[in-house]
Structures are given as C-alpha cells and as structure tokens.
Design a protein around this ligand. Structure first.
Ligand code: CAA
Length: 410
C-alpha cells in the first residue's frame, strides 16, 4: 500500500518520509518513552518501601557495617529478590525495566540493600533460571526467588579480578563429584548467602574452555567464610573472602555442559551490569534530590542558595547527566526485554551511570557545604557508595574493552 501510494509521484524525500511515517505508525509507537501503569506501580512501591523501611537506620547500619537482615527479609517477602524469575519458580515474572526502576528507587536510599537485590536477581537467579537444569531450579531457585535463601556469585580471586580467565580455583573431576580448592575475594553476600555460584578451573590446558560453574551450599565440608572486608562504601552489605579446601561438590551441581563456566559468568555479568548501572543511577538521583531540596532551604547572602547561579548551574548539570544516564539504563533494560544483544548497551549504561554517580555525589556534597561532610545529611555516604559502581561487575576500563570490542568486531 505504501509503495503504491508513492510510486510515480513527484513528492520530495521529506514528504515521502512523512507519508511512510504516518502509514507505518498508525497503530505503533516505536519511540514511546512512556512507562506502563504496571511499571509506575512497581516504581512507586519500591520508592515507598525505601522511604519507610530502608531510610530509618541507614546511617547507623553504614557506621557499624551492619548487614540489613530485617530489611532483606522484607524485600524477599515483597518480591524484590526474585523480580524477573518466572512465577513457576516463585518469582515476580517482571521485565528488566521493572527491575531497574526498583533498583533506582532502592539505591537512592540504601545502596547496600540494592547491591544485595542486584546480585540475587541478576547474577544468581537469572544465571540459574537461564542455564540451570530443572532439578537445580526446583531445589535452589525457588528459595532464592522468594528470599527464603540468599545467593552469592563467586568469580573474583586474588589474582583474577579484571583478568577473569586466570582462575586459580580448581575443580578436579572425580567421576560423580568435583573437588574444589582455592580462594575467592570480595564476595558480596559472602557470609549472608546460603548458596554460592562458584567459578573454577577444571582443565587448565583448555584455558577458559576448561572453566566450570558450580552451586556450592553453605555448610559443605571444607567451605569456609573468611574475614569480612572493612569498606569505604556500601558498608551494610557483607563482603568476604571465601576458602575452599577439598570441598566435595556433586556433579549434579555443575551448571551447564562441561567447560561452560566462563561463558556462564560472562553472560550473567552482562545482565548484572544493567543492575549496577541502575544502582549508580539511583545513587546519583538520590544525591541530586537531596542537593536540590537543600538548596531551596539553605540561605546565604540573603537568599536561598538555589537562587545563586553557581548552585543552580550545578543542579542543571546534575539533572542533565542523570537524564542521559537514565536513557542508557532504560535502553539496556529494554534491549534485554526485547531479546536484543545487551552486552554493549549494558556496558555503556554502567560506564556512564557510574561516572555520573561519582560526579553528582561529589557535587551534592559541595552544594551542602560543611553539612555535606557530616553523616546526617546522607550525601557523604552516597559519595562513598558511588565509587564501587566504577569497580565491581567489571571496572570502567573493562566496560571500555567490552564496548570497543563490540564496535570493532564486524
Ligand atoms: N557473552 C558470551 N561469551 C562471552 C562474553 C559474553 N558477554 N564475553 C566474552 N565471552 C567469551 C568469548 O567469546 C570467548 O569465548 P570463545 O573463545 O569461545 O569465543 C571467551 O569468553 C573469552 O573471551 P575473551 O577472549 O574476550 O576474554 P578476555 O580474557 O579478553 O576477557 C573480559 C574478557 C571482558 C575482559 C572479561 O575477562 C571480563 O569481563 N572481566 C571482568 C570480570 C568482572 O566483571 N568481574 C566482576 C566480578 S563479579 C562481581 O563484582 C559481583 C559482585 O559481587 C557485585
């Protein structure tokens, strides 16, 4: 119909384009920026929960490095720990857009809680649901999706951080089981988890193709939770070293085919990075809102400081950068929901949103002046929390490797 309408006409290219646009889009909105009612409802539920349940005590938990046990229990009950998992396994069956909306709201108030949400949803539940077998899903995923159990993702080692293929932890094949030996570092939910997805080298000759992923249960003989890290930020989440000394892991706990472990880790991390990008976005928007509100009540030189251009321009810059970051985060989430490749869009979202989180939180402290440097105003904590978003689930430099390789591969 469109061709028939255009054939032989003397129309200029702009008019042809317009007619195509009208005919093709009568019933479609290919660039629709509107969130659905369901998305708005989830965002508002997360916002209310964060204000009512996470804000009280957030300063004290940060100061004491106290794990938010009660808050995590409530997040599990409300469905925040298995948002994208199919209802068949106890999850919410929601899309990635819903997940990043909730991540942003939780991160505005308490980034220690949001990293727990992110690791459990993106790295553990998603990895198990996508690559685990039916028995593994029934046994582990159903508990992880409801928050009855918590999960951890164990890839990093003392000598294998960014260089993730250099795994030193070994998993020796003994027929019906594997024997695990080695050390994992900087593990989120290190002590609070019940189940651990552990990446280990089975056949060094095969390099990354000889790596496997296993489900390890807390309490398995030879598995020890080591010391808790004393951290700059996200101090409510527990980060530990883990030691594996001849841990016997049944073969049925291996995820996927023999040698699938590295791809499992990479694919899982690609989605994880969208969650961390949303966390960075939330930290930035939380700091911006505090700075904006403070600037409307704090007076200097006879007027509220928002009336000084020095402050108003800071707010304008923050808001612009946060909006740009939000578009990248939403695009990556949308790519994942549409079944598009999201390696690059997730990496771009994380790279940019984490930089915006750093820049915005530093400026939010500046807007608060001396008050920004003390705990009760929250922005100094957000500034400390922001830094990790440039480091975990792939440093900013690793995101640039992923992006540039994606650009140059064809
Ligand atoms: N999806 C599927 N496969 C992938 C992939 C992806 N996104 N990325 C890489 N691969 C595959 C490659 O295709 C290749 O397989 P083939 O040989 O079969 O083609 C294999 O993996 C090795 O890839 P590379 O040759 O690209 O490997 P590399 O050594 O150059 O490293 C890297 C690639 C991107 C730098 C990777 O090592 C990396 O992502 N490093 C960062 C690790 C990281 O993010 N750690 C975070 C720790 S977890 C954490 O922080 C959680 C927490 O607690 C909060």
């Amino acid at each position: 119909e469109i061709s028939a309408c255009l054939v032989g006409s003397e129309m200029c290219i702009r008019d042809r384009k317009y007619i195509c646009h009208v005919l093709l889009n009568l019933n479609q909105h290919p660039m629709d920026f509107k969130l659905t009612e369901e998305h708005l409802m989830i965002r508002d539920a997360a916002r209310d929960f964060a204000k009512n349940e996470l804000l009280p005590g957030v300063i004290e938990r940060d100061e004491k490095q106290e794990f938010p046990t009660e808050q995590v229990k409530k997040m599990g009950e409300l469905g925040f720990l298995g948002m994208m998992v199919s209802p068949e396994y106890g999850g919410g069956g929601m899309d990635t857009v819903s997940y990043v909306l909730a991540m942003e709201e939780i991160s505005k108030i308490d980034a220690s809680c949001s990293v727990i949400v992110s690791v459990n949803n993106s790295l553990v539940c998603w990895g198990l649901e996508t690559y685990g077998n039916e028995e593994q899903k029934k046994k582990y995923l159903t508990k992880l999706a409801t928050g009855e159990s918590i999960g951890a993702f164990c890839l990093s080692e003392p000598e294998a951080g960014s260089d993730a293929t250099s795994q030193r932890t070994t998993a020796i094949d003994k027929g019906d089981h594997y024997i695990l030996n080695g050390t994992k570092n900087w593990i989120t939910n290190g002590n609070s988890a019940d189940y651990y997805l552990v990446i280990a080298q089975t056949d060094r000759e095969k390099k990354h193709k000889g790596i496997n992923a296993f489900i390890v249960e807390k309490g398995m003989e030879g598995f020890e939770v080591g010391p808790k890290e004393q951290k700059l930020g996200i101090r409510g989440s527990d980060t530990h070293t883990l030691n594996f000394n001849d841990v016997k892991v049944p073969k049925e706990n291996r995820i996927g085919e023999d040698g699938f472990g590295f791809k499992f880790a990479m694919k899982t991390l690609s989605g994880g990075r969208i969650g961390i990008a949303a966390q960075a976005l939330g930290i930035a928007s939380g700091a911006y809102e505090l700075a904006r509100d403070y600037s409307k009540i704090r007076k200097a030189f006879g007027t509220e400081i928002c009336n000084h251009q020095a402050i108003a321009f800071k707010l304008a810059d923050m808001h612009t950068q946060i909006s740009a970051a939000r578009h990248l985060v939403m695009k990556a989430a949308w790519d994942k929901d549409q079944g598009n490749n999201y390696d690059m869009s997730g990496a771009m979202a994380k790279l940019y949103a984490s930089q915006v989180a750093m820049d915005t939180t530093v400026e939010a402290v500046q807007v608060h002046g001396g008050n920004g440097y003390v705990k009760e105003y929250h922005v100094e904590r957000l500034m400390r929390d922001a830094k990790i978003t440039q480091i975990y689930e792939g440093t900013s430099e690793i995101q640039k490797i992923v992006i540039s390789r994606g650009l140059l591969k064809d």
